[in-house]
Design a protein around this ligand. Structure first.
Ligand SMILES: NC(=O)C1=CN([C@@H]2O[C@H](COP(=O)(O)OP(=O)(O)OC[C@H]3O[C@@H](n4cnc5c(N)ncnc54)[C@H](O)[C@@H]3O)[C@@H](O)[C@H]2O)C=CC1
Ligand SMILES: O=C(O)[C@H]1O[C@H](OP(=O)(O)OP(=O)(O)OC[C@H]2O[C@@H](n3ccc(=O)[nH]c3=O)[C@H](O)[C@@H]2O)[C@H](O)[C@@H](O)[C@@H]1O
Length: 438
């Protein structure tokens, strides 16, 4: 089947290559020429494990291509809408300008009977608004919402082997045709027994933001427990292990530390609150404001801990920051807790050196005043304080003796509860972490 994927960022590039892997003829469209040139040449424009191999394989098969020209997708039967929905500047609401822009371009070329499947995360009501526009131009075309749940760092696996597929389809014959087309697209995934849930478009749009809000709430819940642990000399990792063994709670997403960042959880909970307000339900999601506030407080607490560790002032102290991306196995620095902390340390007078295996290029453009060091050893050499802020495997596996030989002072703040405190303390380190005994 001929498929288009509109918007080739973290979501779209992976989706396009994955759909080609499933055997479809796929054309990825993006307005960013540099991105299209890079993808066409088989170079992933961002760091994502397994994507380079997948791109190479599917480009070589002849089933995958990329373009900036919407005319090239005029004959596609299914169009996946994957453009960004960032937070509006100075507001909580989602900026739908990219969705509207891409949709307008699509309306100029869309073929009779084609299906538009929205994958971007949007405020509930967006699908219905776009469907009404589509009906005016192409009454025989269909629009469904098919939200995406992939995680960066696992994007290829999550796309090809998702926990579930969600189809938000209209009632009636159009809905049945749309469902059949999507089933054809995802046939290989469905054949693995992946649950496929069909529902109305409003519910499908809500499922996505509800899932992200729940995940954000789970993280902030454990981080609230961490705040209490800090006041009572208790240990949040032991607490998480103990409550996590209850099947009803589960241990996943109970890792306390610097909290959540990235291009999705923070902006999605804010956009959800904004949308609830528009719907006259301001009170309903007010707890998400607290989820957001707890999350931000963890960053402030980390900076306070660093200052304490430096005897009350960061002025002139050399601080090595391990990690810049918002999570390991990604070069994404959107709302990165690590960079936020690094910048606060710099503003308080510390000589901050940031290192990261993949994200330094992106970090430099957003935080140009920080000092970046490619080499981990160089970042650590002579440091008065080490902050582990993104738990890349190479940082989790650092040898405390070897690192101890490089630094000026053996002091580690573990912002992700990522290493074994006993091992580091045994090597003579002062080890401190959020939510754990000093
Ligand atoms: N990044 C992720 O892990 C996931 C993202 N999402 C959602 O997917 C959507 C996209 O997110 P990302 O891929 O992270 O964003 P991104 O910013 O990496 O990619 C968006 C792409 O859309 C392109 N674009 C903008 N306007 C366009 C237009 N008119 N025509 C064609 N292309 C256009 C941009 O140039 C960019 O390459 C968002 O709604 C996000 O919330 C959902 C699940 C996972
Ligand atoms: O809508 C999206 O874009 C995606 O958002 C998240 O995926 P992602 O942002 O890639 O990363 P997560 O693994 O969810 O981590 C988000 C943040 O939470 C933090 N986190 C995660 C787990 C945890 O226990 N503690 C914690 O602080 C991570 O360090 C990271 O900063 C969701 O997990 C995906 O299901 C969703 O599709």
């Amino acid at each position: 089947m001929k498929i288009s994927v509109i918007g080739c960022g973290y979501l779209g590039a992976v989706h396009a290559a994955s759909m080609a892997e499933l055997g479809h003829e796929v054309v990825g469209v993006d307005t960013d020429l540099a991105k299209i040139e890079s993808l066409s040449a088989g170079r992933a424009p961002f760091f994502e494990p397994n994507l380079p191999e997948l791109l190479e394989r599917t480009l070589a098969s002849g089933r995958l291509s990329f373009t900036t020209d919407f005319a090239d997708v005029a004959d596609a039967q299914v169009h996946f809408l994957c453009v960004g929905t960032p937070q509006k500047r100075g507001e909580y609401a989602a900026d739908l300008a990219y969705v509207d822009g891409a949709f307008t371009s699509l309306l100029e070329v869309i073929a009779p009977g084609a299906l538009v499947a929205g994958k971007s995360t949007v405020p509930v009501g967006t699908a219905e608004r776009l469907a009404a526009q589509l009906a005016e131009v192409r009454p025989d075309a269909m629009l469904v919402w098919n939200p995406e749940f992939l995680r960066e760092g696992f994007a290829v696996k999550d796309t090809l082997h998702p926990d579930r597929l969600v189809y938000g389809v209209p009632d009636g014959e159009a809905g049945e045709r749309a469902t059949a087309l999507l089933d054809e697209v995802y046939a290989a995934i469905l054949a693995e027994g992946t649950p496929r849930l069909t529902m109305d478009p409003a519910t499908a749009q809500l499922v996505k933001v509800a899932a992200n809000s729940f995940l954000a709430t789970k993280i902030s819940f454990i981080n609230a427990m961490a705040e209490l642990c800090e006041r009572t000399d208790a240990d949040v990792t032991a607490l998480a292990d103990a409550i996590g063994l209850d099947d009803r709670i589960g241990r996943k997403f109970l890792n306390a530390g610097l909290g959540f960042g990235g291009g999705c959880l923070p902006k999605d909970i804010r956009a959800f609150m904004a949308r609830a307000g528009e719907l006259g339900a301001d009170q309903t999601l007010s707890f998400l404001a607290e989820v957001d506030a707890i999350n931000t407080r963890r960053r402030v607490r980390m900076v306070d801990l660093a200052r304490e560790e430096c005897g009350g002032s960061l002025m002139g102290r050399t601080v090595a920051v391990l990690g810049a991306s918002f999570k390991p196995d990604s070069d994404d620095i959107r709302d990165s807790p690590a960079l936020n902390v690094a910048e606060q340390l710099r503003l308080q007078g510390a000589n901050v050196r940031v290192t990261d295996p993949a994200a330094l290029g992106n970090a430099k453009s957003s935080y140009p005043n920080l000092l970046y060091v490619e080499d981990t050893e160089e970042a650590l050499t002579g440091a008065d304080l080490v902050l582990l802020l993104t738990e890349w495997r190479e940082y989790r596996e650092l040898d405390p003796e070897a690192v101890g030989a490089l630094v000026h002072r053996r002091a580690l703040l573990d912002g992700r509860n990522a290493v074994d405190p006993d091992r580091w303390r045994a090597a003579g380190w002062t080890y401190r972490a959020l939510g754990r005994r000093a």
